[in-house]
Design a protein around this ligand. Structure first.
Ligand SMILES: Cc1ncc(COP(=O)(O)O)c(C=O)c1O
Length: 386
């Protein structure tokens, strides 16, 4: 047994991030300014989209993306039930309806057939979530969106840097939203980014991210700017600070290296866990590069004497932190009661949920850490065979 606890996640923050933050703190400019602009440029270049707008969370990014497409009251937006609260709640900000869709049984991504079936005259948009960092079936989803004239917004909170058919995730939708939350593959503490190829969407997102004002504070207060500004629409306070952007710039420069380190952990898990009949390791389709934000393992509870909750407790007792992604939205009281969802309305999501355990996967882990996780999983299974 490990003598030290292995947390579910530790962010990879090094001396460089610390030094860059100190520089910003000493610069006299703390909020949205030159570092945010540099981060946006670098991120747009990395993803391969002309416009990137930095905000203070992916939730804000999703909200602004829906504002940019002009979502209105009573519109419907198709989203997976297998996601985090944020994907659905932003739809409710507009008094529109998030219509939940089941997942594919293998990737746990939104099921394109389910998307197609749920379309009504009120459907305005679809938000596929690249679950755990595995790209959705974007060929089919983009085709459905095109045929039915739906806006396509990628929730890429898990998916930096994921690739689908040799194309970066984040370049398929009308807009795409990334998260830089503390546990994400690029972290700034809190943060997010909207990317788009549409200049009007980009202008709208930028304006609404800062009170609906047509000029940002940096331009207003810098020597070349002016004091004059206009409010076009009541907006939000979603701008990113230069402190966060300074972290983001360093993190982006390490993004590929951090991805390779996570992939190495995934390879160790895959190799060891695929031998075990009592668990199902996550799959990667042939046309996908997985971002490996999460490693969602599924337990075959028919072959075990313990529940998923007991499995998690035993992992904890043996000093391994785990988590569960996600409790499907339709099982939560709000969605269940408001829309009268039944547990079995989304059988794939429910079956997956009951058996899911996310194992630790992050660049700060050593190969030895990953082997320890495997050893503990094996040990718990061996002792609890049905
Ligand atoms: C799929 C998904 N979308 C959106 C978000 C929201 O991200 P943020 O915390 O940056 O607002 C999360 C957060 O975990 C997420 O998992």
């Amino acid at each position: 047994m490990r003598s030290e606890f292995l947390p579910f996640h530790i962010p990879s923050i090094g001396d460089e991030e610390v030094a860059e933050v100190i520089k910003v703190l000493r610069s006299g400019w703390l909020t949205t300014g030159p570092r945010v602009h540099d981060f946006e440029d670098a991120f747009a270049h990395y993803i391969g989209r002309p416009h990137a707008i930095a905000v203070n969370s992916c939730t804000a990014a999703l909200h602004l993306a829906l504002d940019a497409i002009g979502l209105s009251e009573n519109d419907e937006v198709l989203i997976p039930t297998m996601t985090f609260a944020a994907t659905a709640e932003v739809v409710l900000y507009f008094k529109a309806r998030p219509v939940l869709i089941d997942c594919e049984s293998d990737t746990l991504n939104i099921d394109p057939a389910g998307v197609e079936k749920a379309i009504t005259p009120r459907t305005r948009a679809v938000i596929p979530v690249h679950y755990a960092g595995h790209a959705c079936d974007m060929a089919r989803i983009a085709e459905i969106a095109r045929i039915h004239r739906l806006k396509l917004i990628e929730d890429a909170a898990h998916a930096l840097p994921a690739v689908y058919k040799r194309q970066m995730v984040g370049t398929f939708g009308d807009l795409a939203c990334f998260s830089f939350y503390a546990t994400k593959t690029l972290c700034t503490g809190e943060g997010g980014m909207v990317v788009t190829a549409n200049p009007e969407y980009a202008d709208n997102v930028r304006m609404m991210s800062l009170h609906g004002i047509t000029k940002d504070a940096w331009k207003r207060y810098s020597a070349e700017g002016s004091w004059y500004y206009e409010i076009s629409r009541p907006g939000f306070k979603y701008n990113m600070t230069d402190i966060a952007a300074a972290i983001g710039l360093v993190q982006l420069s390490k993004c590929d290296r951090m991805w390779r380190a996570r992939r190495r952990i995934a390879e160790i898990y895959n190799e060891a866990l695929r031998e075990l009949d009592q668990v199902l390791a996550p799959i990667t389709r042939g046309d996908v590069e997985h971002a490996w934000h999460l490693y969602p393992l599924r337990l075959d509870l028919q072959r075990l004497r313990i529940s998923r909750a007991e499995f998690i407790m035993m992992m904890r007792e043996q000093n391994i932190g785990t988590s569960v992604h996600f409790i499907p939205l339709h099982l939560h009281p709000f969605y269940r009661e408001k829309y009268q969802y039944q547990r079995q309305d989304f059988p794939n999501a429910v079956a997956a949920y009951e058996s899911l355990v996310s194992l630790p996967i992050y660049p700060a882990m050593t190969e030895g850490d990953a082997m320890d996780v495997v050893a503990v999983v094996r040990d718990i299974i061996r002792r609890n065979l049905r």
